[in-house]
Design a protein around this ligand. Structure first.
Ligand SMILES: Nc1ncnc2c1ncn2[C@@H]1O[C@H](COP(=O)(O)OP(=O)(O)OP(=O)(O)O)[C@@H](O)[C@H]1O
Length: 363
């Protein structure tokens, strides 16, 4: 029997040694995790097993071994009951192009068992909530990606679920669209009290809206803890400076100057990798005064300050330090790990490339 976690008499998600094996790939590997009410971010690189977990939790795909319960219901035997209480936003575009958002969401509400009048009323409310107004009467084939994502979110909410499972809801959105979607997701919980499990391969965005973060890689649990635990004491500033004739290695000169001032600069020296990514120095923040110290040191050295910004992928930094010991690094070395600091590179954390493919089963 699955032990359910109950907080305020609400059971959300519990998995015990949950595995899903396909003939060539282990998509989930003995995953045991407790998910409590609130917004939980499920973070993993492409192929980490996020969608597989969601399908198992919805009772749509049987686990190979282990158990899971959603809202106290066993996924193996009570899938229909789970789906009546849970909303699901799939990752891929699945909207019929010839019908309007209103028609589609009313249909989904009816499928969930709402009577016609209630379905129409809930549809209007939900589409308004996600920010679709007049355009809700137009055929969805002409919608932008952002509008389609909103319709997908609306259909997940229309039957007033207790929990929603959102699979990569920011996929395909530009930065402004992402911000809006993240705000909407946060409000699903804050305005309506609905718990949210939201997946992404982008660390920075889940950190912003989640109370709790679960990180998986190759189907295995890497870490599960509150967002504040992840980000605690990890704020750092990325500083980039120009070289000058006087200081042909500006980054090294600045490191030396800051170290002499007692400022903690990560990395041992040039070429050590890790904190010294190209010309970027990672300086540990000790309050707002750190900005002034850096600015003054740069001016004193006569260097040009190209940028000074707070790093956005703090979760990655936190788990990068303790993955190295327990995570196999059988992938090829990646020399492009600074391409996008927000992209989850569990591989980046271990010095290898994020890959699609879960963990390979021995042939
Ligand atoms: N039906 C299937 N048959 C065989 N392999 C599968 C199947 N579904 C998923 N996989 C494999 O299982 C692994 C996990 O896939 P999953 O879709 O759960 O990952 P994900 O974290 O959601 O990533 P993405 O967002 O890229 O889909 C991948 O290697 C994938 O190729």
């Amino acid at each position: 029997m699955v032990c359910a976690t109950t907080v305020d008499n609400v059971t959300v998600i519990v998995t015990e040694s949950l595995s899903k094996r396909y003939p060539r790939v282990t998509a989930l590997d003995r995953l045991s995790v407790d998910i409590t009410p609130g917004v939980t971010g499920l973070v993993g690189a492409n192929g980490a097993g996020k969608s597989t977990l969601i399908k198992i939790l919805l009772g749509l795909s049987p686990a190979t071994e282990g158990r899971a319960a959603v809202l106290g219901l066993d996924v193996a035997t009570e899938g229909a009951a789970i789906r009546s209480l849970v909303g699901y936003m799939p990752e891929h575009d699945c909207l019929p192009p010839d019908v309007s958002a209103t028609e589609f969401v009313v249909h989904m509400a009816r499928m969930s068992g709402l009577p016609p009048a209630a379905a129409r009323e809930r549809t209007a409310d939900t589409l308004r909530h996600v920010g679709l107004y007049e355009e809700r009467y137009r055929a969805m084939g002409g919608y932008s990606t952002g509008m389609k994502q909103r319709v997908k979110l609306a259909q997940a909410l229309v039957h007033d679920p207790k929990l929603v499972l959102l699979d990569e809801p920011t996929n395909g959105l530009d930065p402004a669209g992402r911000d809006e979607m993240l705000g909407l997701i946060r409000r699903v919980h804050s305005d309506f009290g609905i718990s949210v499990l939201v997946t992404s391969h982008l660390l920075g965005e889940l950190e912003r809206i989640s109370d709790h973060v679960v990180v998986i890689d190759g189907g295995k649990l890497l870490r599960s803890s509150s967002t504040s635990d992840f980000t605690q004491a990890t704020a750092s500033l990325a500083v980039e400076v120009t070289d000058t004739d006087r200081h042909p290695h500006g980054t090294d000169a600045l490191r030396a100057a800051l170290t002499a001032l007692g400022v903690s600069v990560q990395g041992e020296g040039p070429g050590t990798g890790g904190a010294n990514i190209g010309h970027i120095l990672l300086v540990e923040m000790d309050g707002e005064a750190t900005y002034d110290l850096i600015r003054d040191a740069v001016a004193e050295l006569g260097l040009g300050l190209v940028r000074m910004e707070q790093r956005r992928h703090r979760i990655a930094e936190v788990f990068s330090s303790d993955d190295e010991t327990d995570h196999e690094t059988d992938h090829e070395t990646d020399d492009e790990t600074d391409a996008d600091p927000d992209v989850l590179e569990t591989a980046g954390a271990t010095g290898s490339r994020p890959q699609k493919g879960g963990s390979r089963n021995a042939a």
